[in-house]
Write a protein that binds this ligand. Structure first.
Ligand SMILES: *Cc1c(COP(=O)(O)O)cnc(C)c1O
Length: 411
């Protein structure tokens, strides 16, 4: 099946009534027909027992996400943050190190420094280029972490170089593919990543109505390079000897869901599952509008600078052509009069102002005073966030309305 077909047909379970849509299993527990049946489900992990571990509605979403990302398996979580935490907690031990790209989503940096920091994990932040990452690599490095498209800088990592580095050293290459829109824009697992984490709150749900997240993995034997996975317990069994290549995802599920309880509600799984059905159409339409707006803004006398990977002279254009299936639905503009200009533009703006992306509605945000306001001025400028910068996540409105409203507020 091709991508657009997977978006509407993958993951649908066999239903005793022939339901065409996805049923919502609003149940905490699942009953057994006998002692043997209960014992078998607990021993093998097959079938359902309790919704903190697995639920058929959530499982359908996991199967659809795996199909769309070209993954071997997926586990869904209550939010993107929960998914990122689970992906690392399943891999790390005290004293390990991570190499991460600079300019990450702010809450990811917070999670690394404030939560993983408690475990004695050290994170090196360097640009998402092979040589910069190789320079801080050590025998304690356990993971390399980048985002498909950084925000609001819109830079794209050196996927091939970093994947080769990770492969050569037997280190997990983990990509936050939130901005890759569940494969509609990028499939990092086909670019050499071992693991993808993503927020389903954005393009996947598409309607800005729910939060969700996922961890996805490709088929790999990498986990046998980790002592955490090969060290035997009292019975002489290791995670690798018990689960083989599935060892990583079974630990993600065990730690993130069974023990930490960061569970997605089946109602929300249903909404995200349905959102995915229109994902290819939404991304295609909004991408076309994004290019139209970028071209319009580029020629505007009040605009100093426009960034959009779709523009041929944009610093991200070449990598977008190489690694993405399109150019995405985000652009940034910088107004000529800095903070004051941005404030005046937003005061008069008919577009919705909200700190979200991937919504059906076009959303504008002023990163300097909102999403990035917790960073020092120097850190903001380093991340490409200037006082006059405005980020636009383009939605499905008629492009003529969007141009007219932007023109009106710029005037
Ligand atoms: C939104 C976002 C997250 C966090 O996702 P939530 O669903 O809000 O928890 C992580 N990474 C990126 C790149 C995001 O945009």
């Amino acid at each position: 099946m091709r991508y657009d077909t997977q978006a509407v047909l993958s993951g649908l379970p066999d239903d005793p009534y022939g339901a065409v849509g996805l049923p919502i299993y609003a149940t905490a527990a699942f009953s057994f027909s006998s002692l043997e049946e209960g014992a078998r489900r607990f021993a093998t992990g097959e079938g359902y027992t309790y919704s903190r571990l697995q639920n058929p509605t959530n499982r359908a979403l996991e199967e659809r996400l795996a199909a769309l990302e070209g993954a071997e398996d997926a586990v869904v979580f209550a939010s993107g943050q929960a998914a990122t935490l689970a992906s690392f907690i399943a891999l790390l031990q005290a004293g390990d190190e991570i190499i991460a790209a600079t300019g990450l989503f702010g809450q990811t940096t917070g999670l690394f420094n404030q939560i993983l920091g408690l475990m004695g994990i050290k994170v090196h932040y360097v640009p998402a280029e092979r040589d910069a990452m190789a320079a801080v690599l050590s025998d304690r490095t356990r993971a390399i972490f980048v985002e498909t498209l950084s925000n609001p800088d819109l830079s794209i990592p050196d996927f091939e170089g970093i994947a080769a580095l990770a492969e050569a050293h037997g280190i997990a290459f983990i990509v936050d593919n939130t901005f890759g829109a569940v494969g509609a824009l990028a499939q990092p697992l086909s670019l050499g990543a071992h693991v993808v984490v993503e927020s389903l709150t954005k393009w996947a749900s598409g309607h800005g109505s729910v939060l969700g997240g996922a961890v996805l993995v490709r088929k790999t034997d990498l986990w046998q390079r980790y002592t955490l996975y090969t060290t035997p317990d009292e019975e002489g069994k290791s995670l690798w000897s018990t689960f083989g290549p599935q060892a990583y995802m079974s630990r993600v599920r065990q730690l993130g869901l069974s023990l930490m309880g960061m569970v997605l509600s089946p109602f929300h799984a249903y909404l995200i599952f349905q959102g995915l059905e229109t994902l290819p159409l939404r991304v295609e339409r909004a991408s076309r509008t994004t290019l139209e707006l970028a071209t319009f803004l580029q020629g505007h006398p009040k605009v100093w600078k426009v960034r959009c990977p779709a523009l041929p002279e944009d610093p991200s254009h070449q990598r977008a052509k190489r690694y993405l299936r399109g150019f995405g639905t985000l652009l940034t503009l910088e107004v000529k009069e800095g903070l004051e200009g941005a404030a005046r533009l937003l005061e008069k703006c008919r577009l919705l102002q909200a700190p979200n992306v991937g919504d059906v509605r076009t959303l504008v945000v002023h990163p300097w005073t909102t999403t990035h306001s917790r960073l020092s001025e120097a850190a903001r400028l380093k991340a490409g966030v200037t006082p006059g910068l405005i980020r636009i996540s383009v939605g499905l409105e008629d492009p003529e309305d969007l141009k007219a409203w932007l023109d009106e507020s710029l005037a």
